[in-house]
Design a protein around this ligand. Structure first.
Ligand code: PLP
Length: 385
């Protein structure tokens, strides 16, 4: 088979060799438990403290506001359940607001809370996937506890006006959480400039390891722990710390933010070529998401008359790794909830394709995709017709 062309960086990214190098000592000789008194424990504790300071610095936060978790999913669950439950216990209400295009880590957490008496409003978005601040303002009630709106969408890449949304929430005395999992490698994460109260990250989206995440929690925001056990993470998240993973996350985050400008310029060049080329060469191709307020590495299309799943299989046969816009739920292919919320008809949403570029992609790879894809689509359309 020809070389693999990996265009699925929104799903996960390869580990940066510099990150692996930083992690290795903590997977081998420096294996101590940070809670141990002895020298190996102290060594691990120091690595953990340094990682926390580094992450805090990148986020313009303080180390006490950083909680390490096992994933972006866990960070989202902890943020939403933790704040909703803490405030509800204080008798402050039982209403939360999310957007309709959140990742399932947020949406399903909302569904779960509904089973325990919470009320959840799911905010509509416009045709580009944007949440409008006035729509948020209208949805806020006296019993609203928390708003959770993602920084950038994982399917179509639309970037939300988080600072404006946070301002609206705060005007009504409501906390705002943002799932910044897809934004981690591409956008500024300065929590003061964003004005957010909670922010989730996941290392494997910015060339760090899988299975480690961060939840930033602004000082003073009430949060009920969801993992009960030891007193790690200042009593907010029990369990022995994943020291190697946390060290890797901190290094990956620092590199991502330091190299952001060059990385984004590289991605933009490739992505814009991909978008222009496909719109030109494939009749009836439609770009989803916002034309400019989108992640620099995201290109997302619908090709009417094409089954997205078959398209992915054909691309895979050519060595091209891409992603669709559908979630496979108990064997049945459901059209994407993101595209549905944006008003894309189900028969169009069936032909969704997400191409997300990254560090190792080259202009030659993009040209190969532009040569192949129009033929594959023509072939699939012929088969369907
Ligand atoms: N939130 C968003 C927007 C995501 O894209 C993802 C992963 O795809 C997650 C949350 C979940 O992160 P993790 O894979 O670390 O659990």
């Amino acid at each position: 088979m020809d070389e693999t062309i990996y265009l699925d960086h929104a799903a996960t990214t390869p580990l940066d060799p510099r990150v692996l190098e930083a992690m290795l000592p903590y997977l081998t000789g420096r294996f101590g438990n940070p809670s141990s008194i002895h020298r190996l424990g102290r060594e691990a504790r120091q690595a953990l403290d340094e990682a926390r300071e580094s992450v805090a610095e990148v986020l313009n936060a303080s180390p006490q506001e950083i909680i390490f978790t096992s994933s972006g999913t866990e960070a989202d669950n902890l943020a939403i359940q933790g704040v909703a439950q803490a405030l509800s216990l204080e008798g402050r209400g039982n209403h939360i607001i999310v957007s309709a295009i959140e990742h399932h880590a947020v949406l399903h957490t909302g569904d779960y809370l509904e089973r325990f008496g919470f009320q959840v409003t799911r905010l509509p978005v416009d045709g580009y996937g944007l949440v409008h601040p006035e729509v948020l303002e209208e949805a806020i009630r006296p019993d609203t506890l928390l708003v959770s709106i993602m920084y950038a969408n994982n399917e179509v890449g639309t970037i939300q006006p988080i600072a404006e949304l946070a301002e609206v929430a705060h005007r009504h005395g409501v906390y705002l959480h943002t799932d910044a999992v897809q934004a981690g490698g591409a956008l500024s994460l300065d929590v003061e400039a964003l004005g957010v109260d909670l922010l989730s990250l996941s290392a494997h989206k910015f060339y760090g390891p899988r299975g480690v995440g961060v939840l930033y929690v602004r000082r003073g925001v009430p949060l009920l722990p969801q993992m009960h056990g030891g007193g790690q993470e200042r009593g907010r998240r029990a369990s022995t710390e994943n020291v190697a993973g946390i060290v890797g996350l901190a290094v990956a985050l620092r590199l991502a933010q330091e190299e952001r400008e060059a990385y984004n310029a590289h991605c933009l060049r490739l992505r814009d070529r991909l978008i222009a080329g496909l719109l030109e060469r494939v009749p009836g191709a439609r770009l989803n998401g916002h034309p400019t307020r989108r992640l620099p590495n995201n290109a997302h299309f619908c090709f009417e008359g094409v089954d997205g799943e078959s398209l992915l299989v054909r691309l895979d046969r050519e060595g091209i790794c891409a992603s669709g816009g559908s979630a496979c739920t108990s064997g049945a292919l459901e059209p994407s909830h993101v595209l549905a919320a944006m008003g894309v008809p189900p028969e169009v949403a069936r032909g969704a394709l997400r191409l997300t570029v990254g560090r190792q992609n080259t202009p030659e790879q993009i040209e190969r995709v532009l040569d192949l894809l129009p033929h594959i689509i023509e072939e699939l359309r012929g088969r369907a017709g």
